[in-house]
Ligand binder design. Structure first.
Ligand SMILES: Cc1cc2nc3c(=O)[nH]c(=O)nc-3n(C[C@H](O)[C@H](O)[C@H](O)COP(=O)(O)OP(=O)(O)OC[C@H]3O[C@@H](n4cnc5c(N)ncnc54)[C@H](O)[C@@H]3O)c2cc1C
Length: 392
């Protein structure tokens, strides 16, 4: 009886054809069961592409990832290595972004508490509301005393007056996680390799071309497009709603007692303050900026000085009370967040006859929403392949 069922599946897969994902090529789950390949592909080795590839591989799809940049590279077109990265939810009260952040925390927490080699650790999050400054737009939900995520993260509470530094009028604290991207991206890649995902370097000119890049040599059945910021230039996509939100950081050897941020800074909405110490000796990331439309990869040293000054004011312990002079700089950095007007795009469409599922545009929350976004992407992939029903 079982044998007959497998044969039927093979027949079904032969009828559905193959799927290509830009950045990740995926074959159907029946590949391992009966040896028939239903290929998907994708073009990304950022956190979006790697997480999506991993979730697809866990469901027995046969995935090839094609990427211009890979973990280990540092390039202005490749955002993921530059992120802090932590879990400080920003989503407004609308779905699906709230679901993406809510559904991601349990997995990041599991990795932080049970999988040390993932390069994620538990940290105290401390969020201050600055006196006399309007709250920066995207910080509104994060700084709320009755935050929507108060039951998602452990230990959420409002800070007492005695716990506030000078210049801050209120605040909250909770347990959260900080990701060392230099460890976590290779960790994800390793998890994919372990499950048979094939990685290839490639600069895809048109999204539909990715269908021809599957490692099997056959046309992929579906392409997953996780091209991040470069979705604004990728042929067949050329999404003009995607622009960079430039983030400049200073990475220091100093240790911080927690992860800090503030509701606003006096210099305006395109600058911010945050401190996050990465796991496993990854240094402490001091930020930052959120400069929409700015493509510059050059270090702005005046901005770097302002970042360091604000960070030691918020957390004097960072520099042993010695101010900016007490900071021990490892490097300066600039990354471009893939900001998208109207929000991130998780959608399926057919382009030049190729089935495509998009997963890009996560702006400043690509890690903290990564599992939720990838789960929705996988649901769309399986729906497109006729293997499931997406309920997004
Ligand atoms: C300073 C800074 C701090 C941040 N802090 C946080 C934080 O604390 N928490 C958080 O959740 N997020 C944070 N972010 C945001 C997060 O880094 C991004 O949302 C996330 O990295 C986006 O990942 P991605 O996979 O979509 O894009 P990317 O990492 O840019 O990956 C895109 C991939 O697609 C490939 N690609 C693109 N075009 C092509 C093509 N034509 N052909 C082949 N390959 C192609 C690239 O080579 C790359 O491999 C921060 C970002 C910055 C810059």
């Amino acid at each position: 009886m079982a044998r007959i069922a497998i044969d039927l599946h093979c027949t079904f897969e032969m009828a559905t054809g193959k799927v290509v994902v830009i950045g990740i090529f995926i074959t159907s789950r029946w590949y391992f069961e009966c040896g028939f390949a239903n290929e998907d592909s994708s073009n990304s080795a950022g956190v979006a592409g790697l997480t999506t590839a991993l979730l697809l591989a866990k469901k027995q799809h046969n995935v090839t990832v094609v990427a211009k940049h890979m973990p280990g590279d540092y390039d202005i077109e490749y955002t993921s290595p530059w992120a802090g990265a932590n879990y400080f939810p920003f989503s407004f009260p609308n779905e699906p972004p709230r679901r993406w952040e809510r559904n991601t925390f349990p997995e990041l927490w599991r990795l932080a508490t049970k999988v040390p080699e993932a390069g994620i650790h538990v940290q105290d999050g401390i969020v201050y509301v600055a006196e006399g400054l309007p709250v920066t737009g995207f910080m509104k939900e994060l700084v709320a005393e009755d935050a929507w995520f108060k039951n998602v993260v452990p230990g959420f509470r409002v800070l007492g007056k005695a716990e506030l530094p000078r210049g801050m009028k209120s605040g909250t604290t909770f347990k959260s996680v900080c990701i060392n991207t230099a460890i976590y991206l290779p960790y994800l890649l390793g998890q994919c390799l372990m499950r048979g995902v094939v990685f290839k370097r490639g600069d895809v000119k048109h999204v539909a071309d990715a269908a021809d890049a599957h490692a099997s040599g056959k046309k992929a059945d579906l392409v997953v497009n996780c091209s991040g910021l470069m979705a604004c230039k990728l042929g067949g996509v050329e999404d003009d709603k995607v622009v960079p939100a430039r983030g400049q950081v200073v990475v220091v050897r100093n240790e911080a007692p927690g992860m800090y941020t503030t509701s606003a800074v006096a210099e305006g909405d395109d600058e911010m303050t945050y401190i996050m110490m990465r796991a496993a000796g990854g240094g402490t990331v001091l930020g930052g900026s959120y400069q929409k439309g700015n493509w510059s990869s050059e270090i702005d040293h005046d901005l770097a000085n302002r970042i360091m000054k604000r960070c030691v004011e918020v957390c004097p312990e960072l520099a042993g009370g010695k101010g900016v002079e007490g900071l021990d700089i490892i490097r300066h950095g600039v990354g471009l967040r893939p900001w998208r007007e109207g929000g991130a795009r998780i959608e399926s469409e057919v382009i030049n006859g190729v089935k495509v599922v998009h997963n890009y545009g996560a702006a400043g929350w690509g890690y903290q929403a990564s599992y939720g976004m990838s789960e929705d992407t996988v649901a769309l992939v399986e729906d497109s392949l006729g293997q499931g029903r997406a309920k997004l």
